[in-house]
Design a binder for this molecule. Structure first.
Ligand code: NAD
Length: 269
């Protein structure tokens, strides 16, 4: 018996990276999965791979910036599989060119990120919750980010949007807990999804390596397994939490590397 046997999951942003990994893991552990993505070819291809491996999945188009499209994804899931008991609100955008510091950021980008990163979580949940109540319960999981817990020199809108996801997660958990609906988040640190692997120069990866407590970078499956756990009944007493999956990057006093260097210098003298 799979860890999420008999559950019906809608995964948004499922054609790549974290969503793709999660869709595969949920299906492997017995869930029926709808893979929804702007990249509908990618979603269909991934669903086919899941079916070829003996799982039950179907792909569909989703534009998470459009309310009616989110409703369609939830409605399609219910039509296809009879209910929805797991919702992974995973789509999120970032823009390093336009989402800058507070004085210089593009305000249209602020609105776009708030709409896609926060409002899509609200809407996905709003449309899925009545079905989950009818089904006797469910699990909603939202992709936040460590950027929602820490500040940065740029990406102010992204960080603010992900902080909003962290607290919206608590609100949903509070409001629908008595309906047996749990809502949790996952906050990835740097995860080497294909996009990140292709775009990040080695110098940037070296900075992450320097501050990670662990000697390696995160991969999509590290988040996928966390979401699988939160989707399963193994996590039945966990709600309103956002689990930080970040290789220990943010756990220590930030001055540790400097003090280590000072100590090394003193040892040499
Ligand atoms: N990769 C990281 O290091 C990292 C770190 C922290 C948080 N995150 C968060 O993880 C989530 C997934 O990121 P990823 O790294 O897997 O990205 P990714 O680029 O690998 O995949 C994102 C998927 O979302 C789809 N998508 C984009 N806009 C969409 C829209 N409007 N409607 C429907 N689908 C859309 C894309 O087509 C793509 O398939 C995001 O919320 C992101 O903010 C990622």
């Amino acid at each position: 018996m799979g860890r999420v046997q008999g559950k019906v999951a809608l995964v948004t942003g499922a054609a790549s990276g974290i969503g793709l990994s999660t869709a595969h893991l949920l299906a492997k552990e017995g869930a029926k999965v709808v893979l929804a993505d702007f990249n509908v070819e990618g979603a269909n291809e991934a669903a086919q791979q899941i079916r070829d491996a003996g799982g039950d999945a179907v792909g569909m188009f989703l534009d998470a910036s459009v309310e009616s499209s989110i409703k369609e994804a939830v409605d399609f899931t219910v039509k296809q599989y009879g209910t929805i008991t797991v919702l992974f609100n995973n789509v999120g955008l970032t823009n390093l060119k336009k989402d800058l510091d507070v004085v210089n950021m593009d305000l249209e980008e602020w609105d776009k990120l708030m709409n896609v990163n926060v409002k899509s979580v609200l809407l996905g949940s709003r449309f899925a919750i009545p079905h989950m109540i009818e089904a006797g319960g469910g699990s909603i999981i939202n992709t936040a980010s460590m950027a929602g817990f820490e500040a940065d020199a740029v990406r102010s809108a992204y960080g603010a949007s992900k902080a909003a996801v962290v607290n919206l997660t608590r609100y949903i958990a509070t409001q629908y807990g008595k309906d047996n609906i749990r809502c949790n988040g996952v906050a990835p640190g740097l995860i080497l999804t294909p996009a990140a692997k292709n775009n990040l120069p080695p110098a940037i990866l070296d900075i992450f390596s320097k501050y990670n407590a662990l000697p390696y970078h995160g991969e999509a499956d590290d988040i996928g397994y966390t979401v699988l756990f939160l989707a399963s009944d193994e996590s039945k007493f966990i709600t309103g939490q956002t689990i930080q999956v970040e290789g220990g990057h943010y756990i220590a006093n930030p001055t540790v590397p400097d003090f280590r260097a000072l100590q090394a210098q003193a040892n040499k003298a």
